[in-house]
Design a protein around this ligand. Structure first.
Ligand SMILES: N[C@@H](CCC(=O)N[C@@H](CS)C(=O)NCC(=O)O)C(=O)O
Length: 212
């Protein structure tokens, strides 16, 4: 059995949990407590030289990092249901929308980034919240415009795929930081349609054994 090193509130781990559930792949879950700094211990750096979660350890001990690369791996080993459209243009569009979240929104609100703006730039709780809300809203404004043109319940696909796997954890984070999701009705509708599905529900942070 594969092992997923993750954390209940890690949005990148949440992406992988959703994809595993969609593909019907059971894994052993090992929690690495980000609040306690367990990601900075030597044991975790041995799994991932970046010191980030998630890490998916395969049965032969191979360790996969970077949530989007892990999603790509899962799609390769269990092609059905597909996370990507087969059409090359749509595939590129799904990837672009996913990267708005995974490359442009999420990294700027990583725990280590928030700690850094507190320690080196004097940000207090209010400043950190303002920072997080700003970058989420910037990315969500663009995604809302894209989502407005969709022709199905989901983005460019008839069923949830790569983009939705990235969106739902990001919306969870947005709510956690008090972003007003009423400003993003199309993203909210996609999020709600996904969360109504069991494979998204069981991957939710509050359903994880390490949830506090
Ligand atoms: N691009 C990476 C980002 C991974 C990442 O930022 N993980 C966060 C949790 S969501 C983390 O481990 N943070 C630890 C830290 O900031 O110290 C991916 O998609 O896997």
């Amino acid at each position: 059995m594969m092992t997923l090193y993750g954390y209940w509130r890690s949005s990148a781990s949440y992406r992988v949990r959703i994809a595993l559930a969609m593909k019907g792949i059971e894994v052993k879950h090992v929690a690495v407590n980000l609040r306690d700094g367990a990601q900075n211990e030597a044991a975790h750096f041995a799994r991932n030289p970046q010191g980030y979660l998630p890490v998916l350890e395969l049965e032969d001990g191979t360790k996969l990092t970077q949530s989007l690369a892990i999603l790509d791996y899962l799609d390769a080993i269990v092609p059905d249901p597909a996370l990507m459209p087969s059409d090359a243009v749509l595939r590129s569009k799904v990837l672009a929308a996913s990267l708005v979240i995974a490359s442009d929104i999420s990294p700027i609100q990583n725990l280590s980034v928030l700690k850094y703006i507190r320690s080196d730039y004097g940000a207090d709780d209010e400043g950190v919240t303002k920072w997080v809300r700003h970058w989420i809203a910037k990315g969500f404004n663009a995604l809302e415009e894209i989502a407005e043109t969709r022709t199905s319940k989901f983005l460019y696909m008839d069923e949830p795929g790569f983009f939705e796997v990235c969106l739902v954890p990001q919306v969870y984070n947005a709510r956690r930081f008090g972003v007003n999701m009423d400003a993003f009705p199309h993203l909210s509708a996609i999020d709600a349609a996904c969360r109504a599905r069991p494979e998204f529900a069981i991957a939710a942070p509050e359903m994880q054994p390490d949830a506090m």
